[in-house]
Design a protein around this ligand. Structure first.
Ligand code: FAD
Length: 526
């Protein structure tokens, strides 16, 4: 059969295939003349352009650098399946990493000497429209794995609907957050984003293109959710929707006492029924430390006139704690929401005189981190190293963590720049069959040190992160990393704990040649 390619495209394809194959030291030639039109098609979407390689070697963390041999710009899931099939059936397979928006901080979406799949290139190339299809009758959205959550929000809001579980920042991809968990202030009530998926299309490490759900290919479904990209590439997820609220009442309360702060947080998350209208819609918390301003890049919330009194409080105590809560409302509830919020605040032990409130649109609230991002970008401060550390700590040990880490290591080192988040969630909202790893206790806290550093100062933050992990190990705090990164197999086995055997078994089942997401360094560390 004669191929239907234009002459130049054909030669470019052959050139790229040959080049990639030779760079990857793949010996078996492809039969591009006859059968493998898909392979030639694939080759036209593979780039070895230095700027594409450079971009695929970096991530938001700015710490790890790993060069792939090529970058695939797929226009359809079939392109990804063809690439995986090519590697899977080759005598010398190469690693393949889906890259969402590259917001990992430790090279998790990189593939050294392999191929990075730039998922975002599918966003505008999909046939049948945008990659986000909303079913208003059945209250779900079918969303491409490459889509950003901000686009999911905008597309669903057009119908007055929205997903229920979010991340703080919306310029993350659906496939990227579902590979981790996707947590924010809604998690205590609705569970993480991985608890809010009805079904997915996934291309496994054997190039099988499968639909999975709790009823269909359920092992793959649970493996992929929180699976760190190890079992397959998510090309579609079906996300349940609810009627979207119009506006939110957004309140921050300050505490000088950690025990009152956590007691109030735990009290507030104890009301967590999905349908319980008296439950809060969002709860987070953070530390305020001596950084010049009580605001940080992620949010400017406190009225300017109140900055001096907050700063003097911080100076007095070293660290103070900020509880952040939200109640949604719309036309039907606008007359009662203030009363309800007042009732919520009654009986809480925050510092009198340190309550701050805002009333903003729902979308503005969900997209609250964006303005900080744009400001940093305009100052050239977005693309700096981010030596982040994200942890889950059991409730019973959060007070020890406060004493040893917040009031110990962090105050002593006095280098923390960037937000430090601390808020609880309920284990019952997570599904133990999923790959995500959380502590054993019913309530556990997430703690996020979201550092920004200079290009030559990130190691000081890394030292602090190591100190924190050492402290936890020494004092027996049963910490689990969120967005985990380890370099040895032993550490990964310890991280997964009782889930390791299942995780490993699933890897053999769905990606036996260990092709996928090698940047996580779980199965391919030496
Ligand atoms: P990438 O970093 O590109 O990929 C992450 C991992 O998933 C990689 O291993 C990759 O190979 C794999 N992957 C990517 N796409 C797919 C796919 N389609 N199928 C299978 N595997 C895939 N997280 C939270 O939970 N809550 C937050 O509030 C939050 N806020 C953040 C704020 C900022 C500013 C940043 C930078 C990150 C934040 N994160 C948060 C972390 C975020 O969830 C992770 O960085 C995650 O990796 C998503 O980023 P991404 O879409 O760019 O994925």
């Amino acid at each position: 059969m004669v191929m239907s390619f234009q002459f130049p495209a054909y030669f470019i394809a052959i050139f790229i295939i040959t080049r990639v194959m030779s760079i990857m030291k793949i010996s078996k030639p492809l039969d591009v003349h006859h059968k493998d039109i898909r392979a030639v098609d694939l080759a036209t979407k593979l780039s070895v352009d230095p700027s594409a390689i450079e971009s695929a070697s970096r991530d938001f963390g700015g710490i790890v650098k790993a060069e792939p041999e090529a970058v695939l710009h797929p226009s359809a899931p079939q392109d990804i399946a063809a690439l995986i099939k090519f590697s899977y059936s080759n005598s010398v397979p190469f690693g393949i990493a889906a890259k969402g928006h590259g917001h990992s901080v430790r090279g998790q979406a990189m593939a050294e000497n392999g191929v990075v799949v730039d998922m975002r290139s599918m966003a505008n190339k999909r046939r049948n429209g945008t990659g986000i299809r909303v079913s208003i009758d059945r209250l779900y959205a079918d969303v491409g794995g490459e889509q950003l959550w901000i686009d999911v929000l905008n597309a669903t809001l057009e119908y007055g609907l929205a997903p229920v579980s979010w991340t703080d920042y919306l310029y993350l991809t659906v496939g990227g957050t579902l590979s981790n968990a996707g947590i924010s202030g809604q998690t205590f009530r609705y569970g993480p984003q991985i608890s809010n998926v009805l079904e997915m299309d996934v291309i496994t490490g054997k190039a099988d293109f499968l639909t999975c759900s709790p009823k269909m290919n359920s092992e793959l479904f649970y493996a992929v959710l929180g699976g760190l990209g190890q079992f397959g590439i998510i090309t579609r997820a079906r996300i349940p929707l609810q009627r979207a609220p119009q506006r939110v009442k957004w309140v921050r309360l300050l505490y000088d006492d950690f025990s009152s702060f956590t007691k109030d947080q735990e009290l507030l998350i104890s009301k967590n029924g999905r349908k319980d209208n008296s439950a809060l819609d969002f709860l987070e918390g953070s530390l305020l430390m001596d950084q010049g301003s009580p605001d940080n890049w992620r949010s400017s919330f406190f009225p300017h006139k109140d900055h001096p009194k907050i700063i003097s409080l911080i100076t007095k105590h070293g660290v103070i704690y900020c509880l952040e809560i939200v109640k949604h409302y719309d036309d039907r509830t606008k007359h009662t929401v203030d009363k309800e919020m007042k009732q919520v605040l009654q009986g809480l032990n925050y510092m009198p005189g340190f309550t701050f409130g805002k009333d903003v649109g729902y979308e503005e609230f969900l997209n609250r981190v964006r303005s900080g991002e744009l400001k940093l970008k305009s100052q050239g401060l977005w693309d700096v190293p981010h030596p982040w550390l994200n942890l889950f700590i059991p409730k019973s040990q959060i007070s020890d963590f406060n004493n040893g880490v917040f009031r110990g290591i962090v105050l002593e080192r006095n280098i923390t720049t960037g937000p430090v988040l601390v808020y609880p969630m309920n284990r019952q909202k997570w599904d133990a069959r999923m790959s995500a790893v959380i502590p054993d206790e019913e309530i556990f806290y997430t703690v996020g040190f979201l550092h920004s550093s200079g290009f030559d100062t990130w190691e000081a933050f890394e030292d602090q992160n190591k100190d924190i992990m050492r402290f936890c190990n020494k004092t027996g705090i049963m910490v689990k990393q969120y967005l985990p990164h380890y370099s040895t197999k032993e550490e990964w086995v310890h991280h997964f704990g009782s889930k390791w055997k299942v995780f490993q078994f699933r890897k053999y089942q769905f990606d036996p040649r260990m092709l996928l997401s090698p940047g996580q360094r779980i199965f391919n560390n030496n």
